[in-house]
Write a protein that binds this ligand. Structure first.
Ligand code: PLP
Length: 412
């Protein structure tokens, strides 16, 4: 049996462009994005796509054309957002460490708002904006001290994390900020983590921001804007179901990002704020796949290894966060299942895609698809071991476009 994942002709693309190869489906990305928009059910809001999740210029252009805003985390991301056509009035700048030159660049382009994370940042922004004869709109990122679960590296709202300011300090900080001549205090922002899979966390975060907004307003700080951040989890396990594939059980099996968002909306709607969110993963993850080919099978007394031509430099999520990507052979047959380690060629034991994974038996030359690799995939790719980065292909109905050619040796 042949697997043509949805409408994407993977086998043909592999033949034409080789492996490892990132392939995106425009339809899946747009469908996921529109589902998020539809979940608001008419509630006025702005969705700032978190560019860090996937910054390919063609994908940015697609999302800009749909009327989304963009959340950027660096001067480079701001450059890409502007070039892709996001209007400056729909761009926000997040991040705990914005450099002076980055603030100058953003002020030159009159972006909508700065999500500030320290008192010193507010002072520096005030001073730079003043020197340029401008005012900067700010939202204060509050640290809610909520445990979002998941890997420690993607938790962002625990007291000991570097992000935001403790909510108890918000009133004092914003009162002071309001007295600064070049700062326009607009509201607050929270982002509790990434790949959050429990509605209860979002409800808790919404209750916490509601409480903070009440406290700030009571203290004389008007709050017009609330950005509720991103972090809406997606289904990674068992994305493709087929009787010739091992069943992947996971608590996220029935998870949809929109249910997570919907759980918080009843609270957020009551706050009388200009509401925004900043999803990244939930928009682009499902639309991307990394294809990689088995170079060797190696059987030892302990293990069977499938050594593939993709590696941690192409997709670092398993190495970085022990993240799970479902692995699906391009040709699905009724091959018996076996337990394997899927590893790359890099000289690190952390260079793996899966440990002890049940998969249909695969041979040298077979191609496998690592599913749901559209977010935090290519953007985190590197040239470690002098391995040129893979090509990126965008499939749109029956057509496909190379949206980033494979890096060449000369570019290393
Ligand atoms: C400030 C901020 N906003 C939005 C996002 C997007 O998160 P996600 O891709 O989980 O939706 C991130 C990512 O960590 C972030 O740091």
């Amino acid at each position: 049996m042949r697997l043509l994942l949805k409408i994407v002709p993977f086998a043909q693309l592999v033949e034409q462009y080789g492996t490892p190869l990132y392939v995106y489906s425009k339809k899946t990305i747009l469908d996921d994005m529109r589902r998020i928009e539809a979940a608001f059910d008419g509630t006025p809001h702005v969705t700032y796509y978190a560019i860090k999740a996937n910054a390919n210029s063609q994908i940015l252009q697609i999302l800009a054309a749909e009327g989304l805003g963009a959340d950027v985390a660096s001067r480079g991301e701001l450059f890409l957002a502007l070039r892709a056509g996001f209007p400056p009035s729909r761009i926000t700048f997040s991040g705990v460490g914005k450099r002076d030159d980055e603030l100058v660049y953003a002020l030159e382009h009159d972006i909508f708002a700065y999500y500030v994370e320290s008192t010193q940042e507010i002072e520096v922004l005030n001073q730079i904006a003043g020197s340029m004869g401008k005012r900067a709109r700010i939202l204060l990122r509050v640290n809610l001290d909520i445990d979002a679960g998941g890997h420690a590296y993607v938790s962002t709202s625990l007291r000991h994390n570097k992000f935001g300011l403790p909510h108890a300090k918000a009133l004092e900080v914003l009162r002071t900020a309001r007295s600064l001549p070049h700062i326009d205090v607009r509201g607050i922002h929270s982002h509790v983590g990434s790949q959050i899979t429990k509605s209860a966390i979002f409800v808790k975060a919404a209750e916490a921001v509601a409480e903070i907004i009440r406290h700030l307003r009571d203290g004389g700080v008007p709050i017009e804007d609330l950005d509720f951040g991103g972090g809406f989890g997606i289904q990674y396990h068992g994305f493709i179901r087929n009787k010739h594939l091992p069943l992947e059980h996971a608590e996220e099996a029935h998870l949809t990002s929109t249910d997570l968002l919907r759980a918080a909306l009843p609270i957020l709607r009551t706050l009388d704020c200009r509401l925004s969110i900043q999803p990244g993963r939930a928009i682009v993850a499902h639309g991307g796949t990394l294809l990689t080919r088995v170079i060797y099978r190696k059987e030892t007394e302990e293990k069977t290894f499938l050594i593939v031509d993709g590696a941690m430099n192409d997709l670092i999520r398993p190495a970085l966060y022990h993240a799970h990507h479902q692995i699906v052979p391009l040709q699905i047959t009724n091959a018996p299942f076996e337990t394997v380690d899927v590893v790359g060629p890099i000289c690190e034991s952390g260079d793996f895609f899966a440990f002890d994974r049940r998969l249909p038996r695969m041979e040298r030359g077979d191609v496998m698809a690592l599913m749901c690799a559209g977010a935090y995939g290519y953007v985190q790719a590197s040239v470690y071991n002098a391995r040129p980065r893979p090509a990126e292909i965008l499939v749109d109905k029956a057509n496909h476009t190379v949206i980033r050619p494979r890096e060449t040796l000369e570019q290393l």
